[in-house]
Write a protein that binds this ligand. Structure first.
Ligand code: DGL
Length: 246
């Protein structure tokens, strides 16, 4: 099976990494819209337009299934992509919520969702979690983490200052922290240290790999997978980052 993985840029490599680790597909086509990243500060119409253009790319590549690694695209364009694609399309939000259900047994658990401004403004996570009766959900836009990760800042005092900036007014310690942006798994260790061991971290990549195993009954395969990388700008840089992150 040939799997397409779409992201606004390089961040979706964190999702690709989990998928490669789970060994569920033989072929992967990764496409990052690096010419137009970030999507997380754009409006709904623009996000949908760019996502439909990406869909045309994956149609040409004849993928069997498409994973939307980008939370922002999952929040705004998933339904239209599902309608227009000739193959199954999965976003990361449903998978993330499934992972929360698997992790937290108490519906009164406190959940913090960190994401781009666009994802937070959509309230897609909050609504999906409310449907599952998780009532204590706070969403926070932490957009500065995106360029920091792209600069290769995964730990240290600069990142800790950003944690202080965003989280010092939080009046609760979350039971679960949803890393609702492709870039955030790369700072998961630092976030884990900041919030402490009582906060469970929910990672989109791991969540989607689990969903594919649980709901789609996909099993690990032994064969070595092939991965092809495409980008709307500077594919060399995407490949360089892929070497570093994967
Ligand atoms: N890929 C985006 C997401 O997961 C983060 C980067 C962007 O803003 O495009 O929401």
């Amino acid at each position: 099976m040939r799997l397409g993985v779409f992201d606004s840029g390089v961040g979706g490599l964190s999702v690709l990494k989990s998928l490669l680790h789970a060994k569920l597909f033989k072929e992967y086509i990764y496409y990052g819209d690096t010419a137009r990243v970030p999507y997380g500060v754009k409006d709904k119409e623009t996000i949908i337009k760019f996502s439909l253009e990406a869909l045309d790319f994956f149609k040409e590549k004849k993928v069997d299934m498409l994973i939307i690694a980008c939370n922002t695209v999952s929040a705004y364009a998933l339904e239209i992509l599902k309608k227009q694609a000739p193959f199954p399309v999965l976003g990361v939000i449903e998978a993330g919520v499934l992972a929360v259900k698997n992790t937290l047994k108490n519906k009164n658990s406190k959940i913090l969702v960190i994401a781009t401004k666009a994802t937070v403004d959509s309230h897609a996570y909050k609504q999906a979690l409310l449907k599952e009766d998780f009532l204590q959900v706070e969403e926070k836009a932490t957009g500065l983490f995106v360029p920091m990760v792209e600069e290769g800042i995964f730990k240290g005092s600069f990142l800790n200052s950003a944690f202080e900036y965003y989280f010092n007014d939080l009046d609760f310690n979350p039971d679960a922290l949803i890393l609702a942006c492709t870039h955030f798994p790369l700072i998961a260790d630092s976030l884990g240290e900041y919030f402490g061991e009582n906060t469970k971290l929910i990672h989109s990549g791991e969540a989607i790999a689990l969903q594919l195993q649980q709901e789609f009954k996909l099993m690990s395969i032994q064969e070595e997978a092939s991965v092809k990388f495409y980008a709307s700008s500077d594919v060399k840089n995407l490949k360089k980052i892929a070497k570093l992150w994967l």
